[in-house]
Ligand binder design. Structure first.
Ligand code: LR7
Ligand code: MN
Length: 633
């Protein structure tokens, strides 16, 4: 009896084990093409490993409700994006996501799509661009028909879209983060983000590669949704084909503006569809590198007024290689143009940072790529709805982020690639972008710059050509939030700034030995030499400012001393050879003085105090606080 019980027990136990075994075998059974097609996806890393299969959904942590979509044995597929990697071709099934099929696609979905058979017969294009490396072909070797496409692609997109298509829309990207980054940031405890990407006539390959890079290099649980805002594109393939393609990413939502809204209004339009506590903006031709998002979100937890921008790596417009910037730069705004620029960190900032993976603070941001809390974005009134097309919004954001209690930080561990175009591909359907940019800047000056706005309205612009329009609403906004004056921004955020005619010393530089002659920068061409010229009283190249840091600036360039010579140089803040002292009429550095020599050339000579070493400026103001000179570091 006991024996029979034991037999029964063993029998049932083996049944259970057998059943479990069968389930396991079933789950891991290869499909008809001999490979598993649905990986378990839990983290960003396993997502990366999963690239050799059909791109899974951006959202699904397990593929449970996706079972019906996994089957890729449908024959009705459209090889749109990866003809070279059949294992990555995504099938578009009849009736799938209620979008139509092949017949409905435009006859040539991607303009200038290469004839892959032809190209493959001439070049090895397997794994082109893999890892983020550049990829090039010699167009001379292409047959005329293909050459035509190659050249046309360059024209249309202001980048080499033909090559971009050879690379395909999904590629692995190397982890280029500095040592210590992976340990410093994790995704635990971070808030979700909504990603907003505005585009107008973006190339198919670059737009898709961006979305794939987000998918592949982001922990899924951090992304609430990706909002693609089509700002009135005119190209067919950005319509239904894009819908079809994006249908595989349940978190991606495409919203379309009926007509071109311009970047700022389009971003606010996309913003309406977001639901996460943080918002992340990206340009439509970026690629997000491994570990890009965590460092952007982490600082927002500690302080909801911090706005983060990634380190921006250049994606080459010809071969799509991603090059990590050589050094970490800071974003600044240039006066009087109010344009954005990159510079080496000022001495002050270099001293503040304790390690090279420490976030770096920027007086201004480039504008396209940043994360911000919904709370602070709302408080700041988002983007100015009175701004049009392109430009200026980055400066407005930068000023108000700082002036209203926040700061702009680049957690340098976050890296995002960006294609720097030759010219904007949408310039054909966006007339007046240049004028719009200037009018946008005028709005910034009117609302945020107090008395400093006079430096923007130089005599050429005079406020007449670029009308800011009605800014009363934005001024009220500033008052309501109670933001600090612009002078606070200059004193505390950007004391190293060089504002023309606002230097510690400023005006014409006259030499005592040649009283009618003025120092003249002559040109802003690097490496050229300044000279003495008859004083003309018109400013411009004879207008010199000594900045708080000790640079001597004219035409936006710095005077550089090197050996016995003096040159025109791009200002950097970090170069000892741009720093000068002005004392007792002598302009010197380490006992060498700016001198007019016997042949009327401007040179460096040992200081003796002779007349030809004595200079006068017209104007003097006290030095700003908070400026740290190079030797004070
Ligand atoms: O009317 C428009 N509607 C749009 O949706 C005009 C443009 N756009 C889109 C466009 O498709 C693109 O995705 O807006 C995005 C930005 O336009 P770009 O790529 O032509 O701008 P940019 O990269 O030359 O310029 C920088 O400055 C702009 C000023 O308005 C914006 O802030 C961009 O986002 C910004 N880009 C970056 O910060 C990326 C890093 C570049 C640097 C430095
Ligand atoms: Mn851009």
């Amino acid at each position: 009896m006991l024996l029979r019980m034991r037999h029964l027990y063993v029998f049932f136990l083996s049944l259970v084990i057998l059943w479990m075994g069968l389930v396991c075998i079933f789950l891991s059974w290869p499909n008809s093409e001999g490979r598993r097609i649905w990986p378990r996806i839990t983290t960003g890393h396993t997502l990366r490993e999963a690239r050799a299969v059909i791109p899974p959904d951006i959202t699904k942590d397990d593929g449970n409700d996706m079972k019906t979509r996994q089957r890729s044995d449908e024959k009705d597929v459209y090889f749109l994006h990866q003809p070279d990697r059949p294992d990555e071709v995504v099938s578009v099934k009849k009736g799938f996501a209620s979008v139509a099929l092949r017949g409905d696609w435009p006859p040539e979905p991607i303009p200038n799509e290469p004839d892959f058979a032809v190209v493959r017969s001439l070049f090895n294009i397997t794994n082109a661009g893999d890892g983020g490396l550049g990829f090039g072909i010699d167009p001379q070797k292409l047959p005329p028909e293909e050459q035509k496409k190659y050249n046309n692609a360059l024209d249309v997109h202001a980048m080499n879209e033909y090559v971009s298509n050879l690379i395909g829309v999904r590629r692995r990207l190397r982890d280029v983060r500095m040592e210590g980054c992976a340990e410093r940031y994790s995704s635990a405890g971070l808030p979700q983000t909504s990603i907003i990407i505005c585009f107008v006539n973006e190339a198919w390959s670059t737009l898709l590669r961006l979305v794939h890079s987000i998918h592949d290099n982001t922990p899924p649980h951090l992304v609430k949704e990706v909002i693609l805002v089509d700002d009135g594109s005119s190209w067919d393939f950005l319509g239904r084909p894009l819908d079809v393609y994006m249908a595989r990413f349940p978190k991606v939502r495409i919203v379309r503006a009926k007509s071109g809204l311009g970047l700022m209004v389009a971003r606010m339009y996309g913003y309406k569809y977001t639901t996460a506590p943080t918002i992340t903006f990206l340009d439509s031709h970026c690629e997000c590198l491994p570990g890009w998002l965590e460092p952007l979100l982490m600082p927002l937890v500690a302080d909801p007024r911090v706005v983060t921008t990634p380190s921006i790596d250049a994606i080459d417009q010809n071969n799509y290689g991603i090059t990590a910037g050589p050094e970490v730069m800071v974003g600044v705004v240039e006066f009087p143009s109010l344009t954005f620029n990159w510079r080496n960190p000022p001495p002050r900032e270099r001293r503040r940072r304790t390690s090279n993976i420490e976030p770096i603070r920027n007086p201004a941001m480039a504008g396209g790529l940043f994360s911000i809390t919904r709370e602070y974005f709302d408080l700041l009134g988002g983007f100015d709805p009175g701004m049009k097309v392109w430009g200026g919004e980055n400066i407005e954001m930068s000023f108000k982020i700082w002036m209203c209690g926040g700061r702009i930080e680049t957690p340098v561990c976050s890296r995002v690639g960006h294609v720097f175009h030759k010219h904007a591909s949408y310039s054909k359907i966006r007339q007046g972008a240049q004028e719009a940019g200037e009018a946008n800047n005028a709005r910034v000056a009117e609302v945020w710059m107090d008395d400093y706005k006079k430096y923007y309205y130089d005599e050429k612009k005079n406020g007449q050509f670029y009308k800011p329009g009605d800014v009363s609403e934005r001024r009220r906004l500033r008052e309501r939030i109670g933001c600090k004056p612009f002078s606070w921004y200059i004193e505390n955020v950007y004391p190293e700034v060089a504002i023309p005619s606002d230097g510690v010393y400023s005006g014409e530089l006259r030499n005592m030995a040649t009283p009618n002659m003025c120092l003249d920068m002559m040109t802003s061409e690097e490496g050229k030499q300044p000279a003495m010229y008859l004083c003309h009283g018109q400013g411009h190249a004879q207008m010199f400012d000594m900045t708080d840091l000790g640079e001597i600036v004219s035409l936006g360039c710095c005077l550089r001393h090197r050996g016995g010579n003096v040159y025109v140089a791009k200002c950097t803040w970090s170069s000892e050879s741009h720093i000068w002292e002005y004392k007792d009429k002598l302009i010197s550095r380490h006992n060498n003085c700016l001198t007019v020599n016997a042949t009327q050339h401007v040179v460096m000579e040992e200081c003796s105090g002779k007349k030809s070493q004595q200079w006068t400026w017209n104007y003097h103001r006290p030095r700003r606080k908070n400026v740290l000179r190079i030797e004070e570091m």
